[in-house]
Write a protein that binds this ligand. Structure first.
Ligand code: GRF
Length: 224
């Protein structure tokens, strides 16, 4: 059997994107789940799918930096080819980002560069946005600033609540994240410098699936 890339997924909570990454893995294999929250409901997917799972608790480490080092060490121990952040609510050390540069991904529930950070749905509603969505991007040392790979849009309706809007966005998250990771795993999406390149297959698929890709997404220059 051909070796396919291995993926570690880092979570802090519910884990619905983790579940979708597992269930839709075709050209990669999820081989490790790492959490900074031992109570994360998403940890159950590790047991359900028989994937090695590690949860580290802040209280077991004297300092935040030692805790972050331990998360880095656990990730390296799993020796994944790729790492996906899926609702991972912790800012990674710059060393972590540097080590996995070009192999480290995040999904964010907004159309970046709009609404980085928290409470994206609430902020989109407050600003009277007519459309909202999600973004998959490479991770750089900033918060939600790395090169954008793909986005999916949803409409915002006048009667929307945060719950209704977040659910609509989440459905698109579950489709776009595995699509990106499968495409990266096949070498159909790659990063050079801070520019994302797409194969013609990916361009065609993005069109068909109504995902937005950027032929010039060098939003930030990696500082190393
Ligand atoms: C998702 O909305 C994701 O975009 C954001 O955090 C949420 C995690 O949800 N980064 P889940 O844990 O994957 O269900």
């Amino acid at each position: 059997m051909r070796d396919i890339p291995t993926l570690a997924v880092l979570i802090s909570g519910r884990g619905s994107n983790l579940k979708s990454l597992i269930e839709n893995s075709v050209d990669y294999r999820v081989t490790a789940i790492i959490s900074n929250n031992p109570e994360a409901p998403g940890l159950k997917f590790g047991r359900e799918y028989g994937i090695k799972t590690v949860a580290l608790s802040r209280k077991d480490y004297p300092s935040l930096s030692e805790y972050k080092c331990a998360i880095f060490e656990e990730t390296k121990k799993a020796s994944p080819d790729l790492v996906a952040l899926a609702g991972f609510m912790m800012i990674l050390q710059p060393e972590f980002v540097k080590f996995y540069w070009g192999r480290l991904f995040n999904i964010h529930p907004a159309l970046l560069p709009k609404y980085p950070g928290l409470d994206t749905h609430k902020r989109a509603l407050e600003h009277g946005e007519k459309e909202h969505g999600c973004t998959v991007h490479y991770v750089d040392p900033g918060v939600d600033t790395g090169p954008i790979i793909a986005q999916a849009k949803v409409p915002v309706f006048p009667e929307d609540t945060v719950e209704a809007l977040s659910q609509r966005v989440l459905e698109r998250e579950h489709a776009i994240y595995p699509w990106v990771i499968n495409s990266v795993s096949r070498g159909e999406i790659r990063l050079e410098g801070s520019t994302v390149y797409y194969s013609s297959l990916v361009k065609a698929e993005a069109k068909e699936k109504n995902f937005i890709i950027f032929t010039d997404s060098s939003l930030k220059t990696f500082p190393y």
